[in-house]
Structure formats: C-alpha cells, structure tokens
Ligand binder design. Structure first.
Ligand code: UDP
Ligand code: MG
Length: 328
C-alpha cells in the first residue's frame, strides 16, 4: 500500500524525549486516517537514543530507523531521513516537541490544496531579546546577500511533496544548508506561524559557536556575492587612494608643500592589509568549500538501520557496523 505521509525525525541525544514525542506523534497520526510511516534518524547519539528507536521500530511496522556511526549533524540526518522516506508527502520535524505534532493535519490539508511546501513558522516567544535581535539581523543580512529567500523563523518544520523531496535529493552538494536548498528548489510554498514552545526535555544542541558556524554556512552556501563585495571594496579603495595621491602631488607642485605623511601612510597600509586579509579569508572559505566538495565523501556513515533500501540490511535486525552510503 502506498504511504501517504512520511514523518522524518532527526534525533541526537534525545533519549529523554523520544518516547514522549513518539506517543504524541502517533496520537495525532492515528486519527488522521492517512497511511503513514515514521523515519527516525539517530545522529550518532551516545545516550541510548538508538536503543529506544530500535524498540519503537520493533513495536510498530510504521516505524523505521537509521543510526549513524557518529554525529554528522542535523543536515546529514535530514538527508538520511529524506532518503528513507517513501510517502507522497514528507514532514520534517524535531524530536524535542518544539514542533507540535498537532499541526500535522493542517499541514496535510494545505498540501492537499496543491502546495508543494508547507512551512510552519515559529514565532519567537520565549527567546531572549538578544538572541531575537541577532536572528532578525542575521536573516536580514542573508536576504540582502543571497539570491534565495530565507524567512525568519522558518526552520526545518515543513511538509514537502514527493517531487519537492526528489528535487532536494537530486542536488549533489556536500555542504548542505537545507533552509537554502528548500528555498532554491522553488515550487508553491505556503506558510503559517505557530507559537514557539520550549523544548520538552533534554538540551539544545545549538550553542553560540555552532549557531555562528551555521550562520556562515548559510551566507556562503548560496552564491559568490561576498567575493564580489571584496572586489567592490578593493576598487573603491584604489580609487580613493588614487585621488588622495593626486591631491598630494598637485599640492606639492603648486604650493611647494613638503608632505609630512608617515602617519597617513601607516594608516593606509594597515587599513589596506586588513581588507586584504579579510578578502583572503573570504576566498579561502570558498576554496575550502571547493576542496570539500571535490572529495565527494558521503554525507554520513550508517552504523545500523532497519531500512531495507538503505545500507545492506534486510529485516529489522541491526546490521554490522559500517555500511557506507553514497549517493544513489
Ligand atoms: N539534531 C541532530 N543532530 C545534531 C543536532 C541536532 O539530529 O547534531 C536534532 C535534534 O535531535 C533535534 C533537532 O535536530 O531533533 C533540533 O535540535 P535542537 O532542538 O537541539 O535545536 P534547537 O531547537 O535548539 O534549535
Ligand atoms: Mg529544539
């Protein structure tokens, strides 16, 4: 029987909530009347999350799971989940109950109206003012810098149609910034917002540093505009330096002014080398990305799975370590 709805859930050290989450999710899915499946992806947890997933998968035929050999990050986990999914509509959601399962019927209803992407946007209730201001500023920066529209609060809680998922899976890049990928593929998108809820239990895995790295990824993944900015800055500096030099020369010739200028000189040298360093950094970042992409490594390594299509395993028994997934 074809599956109508797949729910993809990345889990990293979520043993405290995953059972509660599963209960809440099935409580919503059962009465919906659609045939469904739940694809859990354990992102290399070390707190026994995988044991719980194994148990959940053994208890219901609608549940499958994949477990990574180490932590590969949420983007990799989402990718694995999307590859596992077979449904006509696919919902991505977090395991910590910050994405309320009760919104699923509404998302599916919107999908049935013909939308390929249904985005549930959280508001920023319960976040500190600093974090709120920073995220707002960041999204503004990303929007003005890149060609893809990324909306504040639109996280990874979304429903995708089968063809949208297939197009996301057809993108070959190694560095996956899914917010950008989802926006890049296009299709009709609709969004609605819901009240942000705090995590049910456990800890958030996004510390300040990880968020900053994620932010840089978002800025650089989608175009080369930062490089162009470097060119512009360089050009303007060159022009103003040229103007300044001309002025000094004319001044010396016409008025015979001796030019005492070592302070200006040092200031100019320091400013220029600062800009050069920053520009080099930007270039280096892109070169690093090219290097990274050119290695063509798989996005993750599967330790065990009960998904017959993934890895080499058949049936519910966990496989031995190390079935390596590459692009299909
Ligand atoms: N997650 C993951 N791998 C990671 C970090 C997070 O699979 O390396 C999962 C995590 O288990 C959760 C979701 O991504 O289901 C969102 O993580 P979290 O709640 O920590 O992020 P926040 O809600 O604080 O942004
Ligand atoms: Mg969370």
């Amino acid at each position: 029987m074809p599956v109508q709805l797949s729910v993809v859930v990345p889990c990293f050290n979520e043993s405290e909530v995953v059972d509660v989450f599963h209960a809440a999710l099935t409580a919503v899915l059962e009465p919906m009347g659609a045939s469904y499946e739940i694809c859990y992806v354990d992102d290399g947890s070390d707190d026994g999350t995988v044991k719980r997933l194994r148990a959940l998968a053994a208890s219901a035929a609608t549940v499958r799971y994949t477990s990574f050999s180490r932590n590969f990050g949420k983007e990799a986990a989402l990718l694995a989940g999307l590859r596992m999914s077979r449904g006509d509509a696919i919902v991505l959601m977090d395991a910590d109950l910050q994405h309320p399962p009760v919104l699923l019927p509404r998302m599916l209803a919107l999908h049935r109206l013909g939308y390929d992407q249904v985005v549930a946007r959280r508001d920023r209730t319960g976040e500190g003012p600093l974090r709120r201001a920073l995220s707002r500023g960041y999204y503004r920066l990303v929007r003005s810098f890149t060609d893809v529209g990324i909306v504040d609060g639109a996280g990874d809680f979304r429903l995708l149609s089968r063809r949208a998922v297939d197009s996301v899976l057809s993108l070959p890049e190694t560095n996956r910034f899914s917010k950008g990928l989802f926006s890049w593929i296009g299709f009709d998108t609709v969004s609605f917002s819901y009240r942000n809820a705090p995590r049910a239990a456990g800890r958030s895995k996004w510390g300040g540093r990880r968020l900053v790295e994620y932010g840089i990824d978002g800025l650089l993944s989608f175009n080369s505009r930062p490089l162009r900015l470097a060119i512009h800055a360089g050009l303007w500096l060159f022009l103003s330096a040229l103007g300044y030099a001309l002025w000094i020369v004319t001044n010396a010739v016409l008025n015979g002014v001796d030019t005492p200028g070592y302070a200006t000189l040092i200031a100019a040298v320091v400013a220029l080398s600062g800009i050069q360093l920053a520009t080099l950094g930007v270039i280096g970042e892109y070169v690093g990305r090219i290097y990274h992409e050119s290695k063509r490594r798989p996005h993750y390594v599967v330790r065990e799975t009960d998904d017959a299509a993934a890895g080499q395993s058949t049936g519910p028994a966990p496989t031995a370590a190390g079935s390596l997934r590459t692009d299909p």
